[in-house]
Design a protein around this ligand. Structure first.
Ligand code: HEC
Ligand code: HEC
Length: 484
């Protein structure tokens, strides 16, 4: 906000542009590219808006993200039943079993939109076939209108890119600790809990994994109310975010960070209380097994390994101390738990690398810099370069390490944009392709010595071309485009 000139500058997240708004006339004066490279893949750019755009609701104030905050949960339960609705017939896609479900479903906690891929049918009761069957929610929940088939398809494709963060309760190498949660009276052995979950019956022929099959924690079946000893039929829920639902304390004297816990209505504050329900047969009074299962539930794999996002910035002074972390990330990449990228800053120049487990070396973002070994990178760091090493989601190493726009030409070999110069109304007008919007335009009035300064005039776009006038130019001026 620049009060003196009545200008408001708005950074537009999805279009990666800046809108210039006049606060006097309350109108948009112009929109210019933000001038930075936007690494957002197309599938996200095209579908992300449907999650957040409040204009898609009837009164312009709500969006799916009002409850699915950042595509996740609000930690609340809502009674979104329809008092004027009728009974719904739901057929399980697994075994064609038919269920009759009431339109007043009662309070249900908001579910996450992370990791929905492969978990159909959806909702606590499994009463929605797939993500696109949520199009009517734009009408029934948001009071707006349904999206076109193409738009709901773009929304679905975006939602399918949302994955879980790693489970912080696992060890960095994705194994589980010997005891969890440390210091808790209900701590148990998660590895023993996993074994119980997979192998031990709590009723004849019934064990946790009968319904909660791994890796998601759900076989996706809908289970009749009677078998659950509950009031309604429910789909077997996945278990990848149970660890995040345990901040509810059902005591008037203890501070509770959440009002809801586990199961559809969030009634149970913790796993041990839940497993004490009579439906859990022999386990309901078995303290050791309940504690071990409690530990396993809290260390449950989310599908994203702890190595993802693990980062170290290494200089000569910290090279030795970072060795174990660097080796761990290489081993995790070999184990297909993450990809591994390195950003090297050497003599002011930035280079990207991606680790190749098969050949145990680092491929560079420039054909002229051949693949380097760990030892060669370490030697550069020892003699003054700085490197940031980072575990990234599998299959994104190429994009994040060496080819940011995924056009198969590595970043360092991208042709530089050509700068054009014309004269318009007496002032130089500089122009270059919009694809080079991330470059900085600089000038100097002498090359002996040069004094490069950014040209700060606003940029305008016309079709594929960006242009900037420079009314401050004197009789002689040099220009260059610099890669930031
Ligand atoms: C008022 C809060 C609220 C809003 C707004 C909302 N949801 Fe939900 N969402 C919920 C609740 C509560 C559930 C669980 C309901 C149930 O199981 O019957 C849920 C469940 C879901 C699920 C099922 C996830 C799973 O794992 O099965 C999807 C998908 C979903 N919502 C999509 C949407 C979309 C798309 C929109 C916007 C059109 C939206 N939601 C708006 C509260 C909300
Ligand atoms: C017969 C199938 C079945 C078996 C066997 C089963 N569950 Fe479940 N489980 C369900 C269903 C259905 C729900 C949803 C109930 C609800 O929401 O009220 C559920 C809910 C849960 C939840 C709550 C998830 C959440 O996000 O709130 C946990 C945790 C859980 N089960 C763990 C276990 C463990 C541990 C075992 C073994 C001791 C087990 N379950 C055995 C069907 C089963």
């Amino acid at each position: 906000m620049q009060a003196a000139t009545g200008r408001l500058y708005v950074l537009n997240r999805i279009s990666n542009s800046i809108s210039i708004v006049s606060t006097n006339s309350e109108s948009v004066l112009g929109e210019i590219p933000a001038g930075t490279f936007d690494p957002t893949p197309a599938v996200i750019r095209q579908g992300r808006g449907y999650l957040y755009d409040a204009r898609l609701s009837g009164n312009g104030t709500q969006s799916c993200a009002s409850c699915h905050i950042d595509g996740d949960r609000d930690d609340l339960a809502w009674n979104l039943g329809d008092p004027g609705g009728s009974m719904q017939t739901v057929t399980s896609p697994l075994n064609a079993a038919v269920f009759s479900m009431h339109p007043m479903k009662g309070p249900m906690t908001t579910q996450t939109l992370r990791g929905l891929f492969l978990t159909n049918p959806l909702h606590w009761r499994g009463d929605r076939t797939s993500f696109t069957s949520f199009n009517p929610a734009f009408v029934s929940v948001l009071g707006g209108a349904q999206l076109s088939p193409a738009d709901i398809g773009a929304f679905r494709d975006f939602v399918n890119t949302i994955i879980y963060q790693p489970n912080p309760n696992q060890n960095p190498d994705r194994t589980m600790p010997a005891l969890f949660p440390p210091g808790d009276p209900n701590a148990g052995d998660p590895n023993a809990g996993r074994s119980t979950f997979l192998n031990e019956d709590y009723q004849p022929n019934l064990r946790c994994a009968t319904c909660h099959s791994l890796p998601l924690g759900t076989g996706r079946a809908i289970i009749p109310a009677g078998a659950l000893q509950e009031s309604q039929d429910f789909k077997v829920p996945h278990l990848r975010n149970v660890a995040q639902k345990l901040r509810f304390k059902r005591s008037a004297t203890v501070v509770s960070l959440s009002g809801f816990g586990v199961t559809h209505d969030g009634a149970d504050p913790d796993i041990v209380t839940f497993l004490t329900r009579p439906v859990f047969g022999t386990f309901s009074a078995d303290t050791t097994r309940k504690r071990n299962l409690n530990a396993f539930m809290q260390c449950f794999d989310t599908g994203t390994a702890p190595a993802v996002g693990r980062t170290r910035t290494v200089s000569a002074a910290t090279l030795a101390a970072s060795g174990a972390d660097w080796s761990l990330l290489e081993a995790q990449s070999v184990a297909a738990n993450c990809d591994l990228v390195v950003r090297l800053l050497e003599n002011g120049a930035r280079r990207g690398f991606v680790y190749r487990p098969a050949t145990n070396d680092y491929l560079s973002d420039q054909a002229a810099t051949g693949p380097l070994t760990h030892a060669a990178l370490a030697a550069k760091i020892a003699s003054g370069a700085t490197a940031t090493i980072m575990g990234v989601p599998r299959t994104s190493g190429q994009r994040l390490g060496i080819d940011r726009n995924e056009n198969a030409t590595p970043n360092g070999d991208e042709p530089l944009p050509r700068l054009g110069l014309t004269f318009a109304t007496g002032a130089p007008l500089l122009a270059w392709p919009v694809a080079g919007a991330g470059h900085v335009l600089e000038f100097t009035d002498s090359l002996n010595p040069p004094n490069w300064q950014p040209v700060t005039e606003p940029r305008t776009t016309a079709g594929p071309t960006l242009s900037v006038p420079d009314p401050t130019a004197g009789p002689c001026r040099f220009y260059r485009l610099r890669q930031p």
